[in-house]
Each structure stands twice: as structure tokens, then as C-alpha cells.
Design a protein around this ligand. Structure first.
Ligand code: SAH
Length: 209
């Protein structure tokens, strides 16, 4: 018979699956995912899988949230300024608020933006915006980390130029039939790109509604 997942069991599972960095595990421990899922799904909040939220969107699987955070930190413990595209439930933004001084998070769906603003009201270092224009936001850099939580078909050069030195971009990138977590690290003028886990994110779309 399968075990009922508790918050503590979820953290143990994330370690088992290879999440190693203490700051990331602490963040996943500190933030209660139950606060970010729909009331009807609360009993499943600690399952390591995505769940549906309003507007046909999803709250990501905890392992993927942890993995993207670890890839964005890239060995660093605490960042100054990070940008998240795709606020959704606000869960990833809350995790980022534990490892960054300032978190900027944008969402294109007004109902989700409004809901996340309420959920995240107590997080004084998270700034949420109703916006779909990832390109324009890059002018607000430099960012120590950029996380896109919707599937992209390309990495535009100016996204990379919005990274501070040592900064790191993490996103799901479409490739053939699949999508893969992709990490780009800036070292001065050099950018190193690596491909990691296969993932399944909703697409990055244009337009605010
Ligand atoms: N990070 C979220 C999960 C995001 S699901 C969480 O922790 O719950 C992806 C989100 O990206 C959706 O809410 C979708 O509306 C949003 N999105 C898609 N394209 C976007 C764009 N161009 N700008 C901002 N948000 C976008």
C-alpha cells in the first residue's frame, strides 16, 4: 500500500532523487506547498507531482522546483536579484525568496496574478507583475538568476545579456518532441550551456488576459 506523503517524507524523497544543496532543501522545508495548491487538492500537496491550478495551468512538481532552484544557484548560497517568468501559484517564487534578496515574478494571466499577489502578500521580498513581455523585462537586469517556468522555443541573446557575471538562466527548452531543463551560466563574456532533465511545462505565450 502506498504511504501517505507528508512534508517530511517529501523532503526525504527529494534528497533520494538527488537534490543536495542545503539551502534548497531548507527552502523546500520552510515553504508549505499546501498554501499554494487549490483547497480541493490540499491532501495531495506533498506528492511529488504537478497539480492543476486555476486557468488550466499547473503548480510544478516539487522535484522540478528544487532542481531548477539548484541549477539557478549553481553552487552559490544566496543571490541578490532574480527574475521568474510564470508566477502561476507563486510556489516557485516563494522558494526563490528563501535564496534571493529580491524576487521579481511575472504572470500573464490576470486571475493568477491577482491570486498569487494575495498568497504572497507576506513575502516582502517578492515583487509580482502582470506582464507577458519577457523581452522588455530583461532591461531591468542584471539578474543573478533567471528562471522561466514555461516552455521556450529559443533563448534570445539579450536574455543572456541580462545575466550578471556568474549569473545563471534556467528554463525548459523545446527540442524535437521533448523539452529539457537547460542551464546557461555567464562567466564574463562566455556562456556555458548544459542540458539536464526531460520535463513537461505549459508553453510560454504572448498576451495578457
Ligand atoms: N512557477 C509556477 C508554475 C508555472 S506554470 C508555480 O510555481 O506554480 C507556467 C505559468 O507561466 C502559467 O501560469 C502561465 O500563465 C505563465 N506564462 C506563460 N507565458 C508567460 C509569459 N509570456 N509571461 C508571463 N507568464 C507566462
Amino acid at each position: 500500500m502506498s504511504q501517505v506523503m507528508t512534508h517530511a517524507r517529501l523532503i526525504a524523497l527529494l534528497k533520494q532523487k538527488g537534490i543536495q544543496q542545503t539551502e534548497v532543501l531548507n527552502a523546500l522545508q520552510q515553504i508549505d506547498r499546501a498554501d499554494f495548491v487549490d483547497a480541493i487538492d490540499r491532501s495531495q500537496a506533498y506528492e511529488d507531482r504537478p497539480l492543476s491550478i486555476a486557468c488550466q495551468q499547473t503548480i510544478s512538481q516539487p522535484y522540478i522546483v528544487a532542481r531548477m532552484t539548484e541549477l539557478m544557484l549553481n553552487g552559490r548560497q544566496q543571490l541578490n536579484k532574480v527574475l521568474e517568468i510564470g508566477t502561476g501559484s507563486g510556489y516557485q517564487a516563494a522558494i526563490l525568496s528563501c535564496v534571493a534578496m529580491h524576487v521579481y515574478s511575472i504572470e500573464r494571466i490576470e486571475a493568477l496574478y491577482q491570486a498569487a499577489k494575495v498568497t504572497l502578500a507576506a513575502y516582502k521580498n517578492i515583487h509580482t507583475f502582470l506582464n507577458d513581455d519577457i523581452d522588455a523585462l530583461m532591461h531591468d537586469g542584471p539578474f543573478d538568476g533567471i528562471i522561466v517556468t514555461a516552455c521556450c522555443h529559443k533563448i534570445a541573446p539579450h536574455w543572456l545579456n541580462a545575466l550578471a557575471d556568474g549569473g545563471c538562466l534556467v528554463l525548459p527548452l523545446a527540442q524535437g518532441e521533448g523539452q529539457y531543463l537547460t542551464q546557461v551560466v555567464r562567466d564574463g563574456k562566455a556562456f556555458t550551456r548544459q542540458q539536464w532533465d526531460a520535463v513537461s511545462f505549459v508553453p510560454l505565450l504572448k498576451g495578457i488576459f
